[in-house]
Design a protein around this ligand. Structure first.
Ligand SMILES: NC(=O)c1ccc[n+]([C@@H]2O[C@H](COP(=O)([O-])OP(=O)(O)OC[C@H]3O[C@@H](n4cnc5c(N)ncnc54)[C@H](O)[C@@H]3O)[C@@H](O)[C@H]2O)c1
Length: 322
């Protein structure tokens, strides 16, 4: 990370320049045009994205393409990295970003479902910013969870069937989803916990892990000592020392991931993806529903995610000066 003086605008590096990355770049136009930030975007195959490049956004490669600046060079100059490339890329690149002392905005929040990745993303010294993404209301839910006021947290996500077809599905399963027509009964394609959901549907249920993050509560809400709040499962990895940086947060998140229930529904009659959150407990009953307009870049993706990420980027940049 290059030290930023008042005359040097902060350097923001997008990891992934797809539907969300490009929208975030467009939304940050006021800052870019005012010279208040420098923006670069990384793609694995930059040449394949040539027609999508925006003026003033420098492209870099995470791949081995000749002729483009490399990810490592851009990262060394970045003040903030904004991941919008997918769960696999978040797991591959995110931990090294924070370990190198650079702040990271995470869009593929599902990466946090893996205990070891979560531990590393939360270990600093770079700060992790978890975007709310396609849902919200986290001020209310977070406040209730902080007071140990939630016993039950659920999310039902309903999407157009074809958007839920996955490479691991059998031909018959995929064909069933493709054959659904408006008016047909909705089909539940998954019911269970967020970690299993993101494993099977890596681009569709980031919201469930985001919900678990938002309702993780405070250390006192789970156990009185970090040891009491540690999860039983660490994904086969040696557990981190409980006083390691970020370990208490990671333990809270794992406990929260075990509480959240996810249902993923394929409904041929929906026009917009819908997310319904229900949280209940001593603090009350909270029901939230989200149906955002589609992304102008990709009609299958909710437009709200790019708006949430842009907001998180602005918050992260403001905090650097705070
Ligand atoms: N938090 C939320 O609520 C929420 C909602 C929607 C999507 N998401 C996450 O955001 C991700 C991006 O969504 P999108 O609609 O922009 O997808 P997209 O497919 O349009 O864009 C992803 C881009 O990242 C690039 N990419 C992938 N791996 C890369 C790598 N290793 N190096 C460089 N570039 C790489 C791809 O080439 C692609 O251009 C999704 O995969 C999902 O994980 C989160």
């Amino acid at each position: 990370m290059t030290p930023t003086t008042p005359s040097t605008p902060p350097s923001v590096l997008l990891l992934g320049f797809g539907a969300i990355g490009r929208q975030v770049a467009l939304r940050l136009a006021p800052e870019r045009e005012a010279g208040a930030l420098r923006l670069r975007a990384a793609e694995r195959k930059v040449a394949a994205h040539r027609d999508r490049v925006l003026p003033g956004v420098g492209m870099v490669t995470t791949g081995d393409e000749a002729g483009w600046p490399r990810w490592e060079e851009a990262l060394a100059e970045a003040d903030l990295v904004v991941e919008c490339a997918g769960v696999a890329a978040a797991r591959e690149y995110g931990p090294a970003v924070v370990a190198g002392g650079t702040d990271l905005v995470l869009t593929s929040v599902g990466a946090l479902a893996d205990p070891e990745t979560a531990r590393r993303l939360l270990a600093g010294p770079g700060r992790l910013w978890v975007t709310a993404g396609a849902i919200g209301g986290f001020d209310v839910l977070g406040a209730a969870a902080d007071a140990d006021g939630l016993d039950d947290v659920r999310i039902r996500t309903t999407k157009v069937p074809t958007s839920l077809v996955q490479p691991w599905m059998s031909e018959a399963e995929a064909a069933t989803l493709r054959a659904l027509r408006p008016g047909d009964e909705p089909v539940t394609v998954f019911a269970g916990d967020p970690a299993a959901a993101i494993e099977r549907f890596p681009a569709n249920v980031n919201v469930a892990i985001g919900l678990a993050w938002a309702t993780r509560g405070r250390p006192a809400a789970v156990g009185t000592t970090p040891a009491e709040s540690a999860p039983e499962s660490t994904g086969g990895q040696a557990p981190a020392p409980q006083d390691a940086p970020g370990a208490a947060e990671a333990a809270l998140l794992q406990a929260s991931l075990e509480r959240v229930r996810v249902e993923l529904v394929a409904d041929p009659s929906v026009v917009r993806s819908r997310h319904e959150v229900l949280a209940t407990g001593p603090a009350g009953r909270f029901e939230l529903s989200f149906e955002s307009a589609p992304s102008p870049e990709n009609p299958k993706t909710s437009g709200l995610t790019a708006l949430s990420v842009t907001r998180t980027v602005r918050e992260a940049l403001a905090a650097r000066h705070g």
